[in-house]
Ligand binder design. Structure first.
Ligand code: SAH
Ligand code: SF4
Length: 349
């Protein structure tokens, strides 16, 4: 029986595209032409692929589609950060944040799920639970849509969702980002952030190259269990072991994200334990003062406490960078993305 469901070519990794075309009796180099059309020229119509024979274009349009996102809204922060909201085919929506860096380069923060199952107590995304995984095409389409109007130099998988909870689609999306005839991002330009799904961290390292960021946020299992329930399954010792095993290129380092929360994880004792935990790992630390939101009683520490914590690390030769919560005034800062996942509770939506 022939299926009437068309394949979205943006769901296919470059290798899968070659296989798909082989199934139509086409040579491998056709995939190079098609990748160029889709990712370098942003074409979504087979009719526009003018270096392919007309009969081939027609056959393609019988069997496949190329989806794209239309931008629903964009909000611009006073610091230049832009938050895009994209509507998905099932009415849900996803958020993507473009962050201009001091260097003049742009970093794009993309989402990998609608919502998140991990339920970290400080994170707004986590409060709503997991709605669903994003398809490969939905991960990639965030990049396609923003690149239509802006240059994107670096990509971070730090938006909504836990990327390693959607590993297959994330790996496919990375392969598309890296394809030399597609977007052609080097693996050093892309960073994946995880809450610490230990087996998936090793699998990721085996399957593909990408910079790894780990949301650490605590220095004892007791506190981390409270902040990040995933810690009950993969406690600190297992997590740090997985970090030690993660394959790193010569000058590459793991990034540890550490949200500073007043009275919870910001003491000198925490700083001391953090130095111990990181011993022997090539790493840097991003210190992120907690971003306030309506669903949480937590507070950021005061300026003095933040500086003291940072200085303690710097004095012990740990690269510790303070991250400003960019885009605060448009709720685009870390952990503040929620798309339209709350719509379930809105009457009539
Ligand atoms: N799920 C992945 C990636 C997305 S979360 C992960 O947890 O790593 C992106 C980052 O936002 C994480 O480092 C998380 O610790 C941080 N974050 C979440 N809520 C925050 C808040 N209220 N203030 C500051 N950072 C927050
Ligand atoms: Fe999910 Fe990351 Fe938020 Fe935790 S911090 S709930 S893992 S998005």
């Amino acid at each position: 029986m022939t299926s009437t469901i068309k394949v979205d070519l943006k769901d296919l990794s470059p290798d899968a595209l070659v296989d798909f075309l082989a199934g139509m009796g086409k040579e491998k180099f056709r995939s190079v032409q098609i990748l160029r059309w889709i990712y370098q020229r942003g074409v979504t119509n087979f009719a526009d692929m003018t270096d392919l024979a007309k009969s081939f274009r027609e056959e393609l349009s019988q069997r496949a589609t190329i989806t794209s996102f239309t931008q629903e809204t964009v909000e611009v922060s006073s610091d230049g950060t832009r938050k895009f909201l994209f509507r998905l085919h099932d009415g849900r929506s996803v958020e993507t944040v473009l962050i201009p860096m001091e260097s003049g380069r742009n970093t794009l923060c993309i989402s990998t799920q609608v919502g998140c199952a991990m339920q970290c107590s400080f994170c707004l995304t986590g409060q709503f639970g997991l709605e669903r995984n994003l398809a490969t095409s939905e991960i990639v389409n965030q990049v396609c849509a923003v690149r239509k109007d802006y240059s994107v130099d670096n990509i971070v998988l730090m938006g909504m969702g836990e990327p390693l909870h959607n590993l297959d689609n994330v790996v496919n999306a990375l392969q598309i980002l890296y394809a030399a005839t597609g977007f052609d991002y080097g693996p050093r330009k892309v960073t994946l952030s995880t809450s610490g799904m230990v087996p998936e961290m090793s699998e990721l390292g085996r399957r593909i190259k990408v910079n790894l960021a780990v949301s650490l946020n605590a220095t004892t299992d007791k506190v981390r269990d409270e902040l990040m329930p995933i810690n009950r399954r993969y406690p600190l010792q297992k997590l740090m072991e997985a970090c030690r095993q993660y394959p790193l290129a010569p000058r590459q380092r793991i990034t540890f994200e550490y949200i500073l929360i007043q009275g919870v994880n910001d003491s000198q004792t925490d700083a001391r334990r953090l130095v111990k935990l990181l011993h022997g790992i090539k790493c840097k630390v991003n210190l992120i003062p907690f971003n306030k939101h309506s669903e949480s009683p937590f507070q950021a520490p005061d300026e003095h406490a933040i500086r003291t914590f940072q200085t303690y690390l710097l004095d012990r030769q740990i690269v510790a960078i303070r991250r400003a919560g960019k885009g605060q005034d448009i709720s685009a800062a870390c952990g503040q993305l929620k798309g339209r996942i709350e719509s379930k509770s809105e009457a009539g939506d």
